[in-house]
Design a protein around this ligand. Structure first.
Ligand code: GTP
Ligand code: MG
Length: 469
């Protein structure tokens, strides 16, 4: 079962860059990772490429990705990009959902990449005057058709900018129509609550309402929380790169092959992203997932510490979950609980059959600790699915000598009762004052569209409230 990834807008592409550098590194060492993330090459010098399409309304970010695809004299590139899989139009969407959703799809793709600089991907005929939507669908179709057994899409984008928040969900809707039985997962990023642009609440509202209809699961990263997590791993000020590296690690660890879901021959069937949906979204309408990864602390020459045991990593995850729940309680006076979760344990040492029992994952003990920390709802008798993989996969900030990691993907009620409830409040305040409405109307979004989006998000809040009681 193969997955095609689609990256949209600055945020979606910048995270995509980190994700694919890590995935490519892992794919070079591991056959299962290669099967999961690489489209095999054809004859001759074609060594295959990452199974992803990169889209943005403007070129700047995509140029950085193309540079990584540049082939050096030895025929090596850091990122093998599919020919024509990097697609841009001429100008950005100015943080306007409506422009990304209605106007950008019809915009023409830009064909003036600097052909000398970006050798790997430039040489592609986009056809006559094709629109962004048509070209994107065409490139995605080619990726789908080169899959062994295609099963779904993962789309990556922000909820606040115009391109990612508007064009991302638009593409999901088109893909749903063209591939009705394929799964759709979205990895999305919500903006800092302190506010980055005045239209972010509208964009997020419209984007979430659209995804609620077309997506099967939405892994949501809040930039505030990602920044905190990246800060705890870095001594200096946090950059987008570090934040993206953290997000990429979380998702890579969550969706990469695990041995407990592979057949006895050990070759992955690529089912992980879709099992994640099955296990973590017990109700179709409640599909928002929170994802975090904690890895074994690295011992360095400066701070030579004993490597963490499974117990201590597990305690760290539980501590982080409890802290998050306490914060929700103190800032929003609301109890958080978990409808369902998937816990992925990755371990290299168990492969070596170490005799130190404390260094091996104890699945039932880990599950019961998690269950306690996650405050699982009473109605779900099996709230946690445990996946185990006896091979490392954590190539992020802590780099190579990490041997153990735990990733937890959980469906938290606070997504509705806090995140969406706060979003409704801030969007409604602006909407009642009719602020910025003309920017949306100009590109074809009416007041009725807004009212419908409010209704969809209000329902998410109510359903999460009911499911948590
Ligand atoms: N975590 C993270 N967030 C980002 C990154 N780049 C942008 N963002 C966030 O994404 C939001 C802005 O969306 P962008 O992705 O920049 O916008 P876009 O989709 O390119 O849309 P337009 O530029 O308006 O056409 C803000 O909330 C930013 O904080 C990134 O690399 N990492
Ligand atoms: Mg942009």
């Amino acid at each position: 079962m193969s997955t095609v990834h689609v990256h949209v807008g600055q945020c979606g592409n910048q995270i995509g860059k980190e994700f694919w550098l890590k995935a490519s590194f892992a794919a070079a060492l591991d056959e299962n990772m290669k099967r999961a993330f690489v489209t095999p090459g054809g004859l001759g010098e074609d060594h295959g490429h990452v199974r992803a399409v990169f889209l943005d309304s403007e070129k700047k970010v995509l140029q950085n990705i193309l540079k990584l695809g540049r082939v050096n004299k030895k025929g090596y590139s850091r990122l093998r990009l599919g020919r024509g899989n990097v697609i841009s139009s001429a100008k950005g969407c100015g943080s306007n959902w409506s422009m990304g959703h209605h106007y950008l799809p019809m915009e023409r793709v830009s064909k003036d990449w600097d052909t000398n600089l970006y050798l790997y991907s430039h040489d592609f005929d986009y056809g006559e005057e094709d629109s962004m939507l048509k070209t994107a669908m065409e490139r995605i179709r080619r990726e789908v058709e080169s899959c062994d057994s295609f099963s779904g899409f993962i789309s990556w984008h922000s909820l606040a900018g115009g391109t990612g928040s508007g064009f991302g969900p638009r593409l999901c809707a088109e893909l749903k129509e063209r591939y009705p039985v394929a799964y759709q997962m979205n990895v999305v990023v919500s903006p800092l609550t302190s506010g980055e642009n005045p239209m972010q609440a509208y964009n997020e509202l419209l984007s979430l309402a659209s995804l609620q209809t077309d997506s099967d699961a939405i892994i949501l990263f809040e930039n505030d929380e990602v920044m905190e997590a990246a800060k705890s791993m870095s001594s200096s000020a946090v950059s987008f790169e570090e934040m993206n590296s953290y997000i990429a690690d979380c998702v890579l660890n969550a969706i990469s092959p695990v041995s407990s879901l592979s057949p006895p021959n050990g070759l992955t069937i690529g089912i992980e992203p879709w099992e994640l949906i099955r296990s973590a979204t017990p109700m179709h309408n409640l599909k928002f997932l929170h994802c975090r990864t904690v890895a074994q602390a690295k011992s360095t020459r400066v701070t030579p510490t004993l490597p963490d045991t499974w117990d201590s990593i597990c305690n760290k995850v539980c501590h982080q979950i409890r802290s998050k729940f306490l914060k929700t309680k103190s800032t929003n006076n609301c109890d958080d609980s978990t409808l369902a979760a998937v816990c992925v344990c990755r371990d290299t040492e168990s492969l070596k059959k170490t005799s130190r029992q404390t260094n091996q994952v104890d699945v039932s003990k880990t599950a019961s600790k998690m269950k306690n920390a996650l405050n699982c709802t009473k109605w779900n008798p099996f709230p946690i699915d445990m996946w185990v993989h006896e091979q490392k996969l954590f190539t992020g900030l802590a780099k190579e000598d990490v041997k153990k990691s735990i990733t937890i993907c959980s469906n938290l009620t606070s997504f509705g009762t806090v995140h969406c409830a706060n979003l409704l409040k801030s969007a409604k305040r602006k909407f009642d004052a009719k602020a910025y409405m003309h920017w949306y109307e100009r590109y074809g979004t009416s007041e009725t569209d807004f009212r419908e989006a409010f209704e969809v998000v209000r329902n998410i809040v109510e359903e999460y409230k009911m499911a948590g009681t």
